[in-house]
Design a protein around this ligand. Sequence first.
Ligand SMILES: Cc1cc2nc3c(=O)[nH]c(=O)nc-3n(C[C@H](O)[C@H](O)[C@H](O)COP(=O)(O)OP(=O)(O)OC[C@H]3O[C@@H](n4cnc5c(N)ncnc54)[C@H](O)[C@@H]3O)c2cc1C
Length: 308
Amino acid sequence: MVCLPLHKLGKILETHVKSQGTAEIKYGRKVVEIGEYADKSKAWVKVEKADGSTEIREADYVVGCDGANSIIRRKLFGDWVYPGYTWDKQIVATNIYYDGFKDVDFDDSQFFVHPEHWHMVARIQPDGLYRVTYGEIGGLTYDQLKERQPAKFQAILPGNPTPDKYGLVNFSPYKVHQRCVDRMRVGRFLLAADAAHLCNPFGGMGLTGGIADVGSLYDSLRGIDNNKADDSILDKYDEVRRRIWHEVIDPISTENMQRLFQYQNADEFVNKDPLYKLVREMQNPDKKLEKGGPPNASVTVSQRWLWS
Ligand SMILES: Cc1cc2nc3c(=O)[nH]c(=O)nc-3n(C[C@H](O)[C@H](O)[C@H](O)COP(=O)(O)OP(=O)(O)OC[C@H]3O[C@@H](n4cnc5c(N)ncnc54)[C@H](O)[C@@H]3O)c2cc1C
């Protein structure tokens, strides 16, 4: 599996957009106001440039893919209208160099199930940079989280290291949400990706769900441009992508996160967890897999929960 940090993925996407020749990327511009002309013939956005000047840009359609704090969504529905909830737990994403990982038989990525110290470890660079994301109780401030970090690493990392044993190069706390708007299309405005829906990151369904939105939206807009569809196809986009969030992305990502902290011990996990059962079945060489191919997941269960 390849885990790409966002800034590297961004560069790859930028190269592809530039090679199309039909799109131009303008940096350093912030949308501050939006609207539609009275005759509904076009949508417009007011854009603030880095030097403070503003300009109006108009288009047949405006797609708001401006992230979780989307100004387009806030202007369409209101500042605090984003249906769903925020988890009562938060996560802290860190990047570290730590020699102690060499002493254990880790795969490129692994998830650790534990009622208090649930976490994930993934190697994200060939030079040995690891992403360690761990769960924390909600409501703590940045400073409180920072203060607790050394004890957390001592509890969860192999070798129970003190801070002098690893290099912490990134420390980013995140609140975690499950949210989806009631409409991804309002007139000539469309919403996609985090601007339209959010999920917790366990299972990697956030960015990928957003990319699937944009794929569907591209096909819809292209259909309108080629006179193969009328603009009601954009209502279909709204209907289908929200259905997929509610029926697939939300329940699966919710289960993925709950799995990490809901079991009190290894026996309970082994006896109750449906994903664990599924993976064990996949590992059974006598059992024919419906779609064939080798199993690509494994679960190791150890009663020794932490590295102590
Ligand atoms: C810790 C963590 C780990 C994650 N891990 C994964 C993972 O493993 N796999 C996965 O699939 N997803 C993951 N996600 C989710 C993923 O990062 C997001 O779903 C994804 O980045 C959303 O992309 P986006 O383009 O919608 O929004 P963003 O990436 O937030 O991009 C929004 C863009 O809009 C710009 N913008 C904002 N406001 C304005 C404005 N007013 N005017 C103009 N531009 C504006 C911003 O500058 C930014 O460039 C993770 C998220 C977190 C927090």
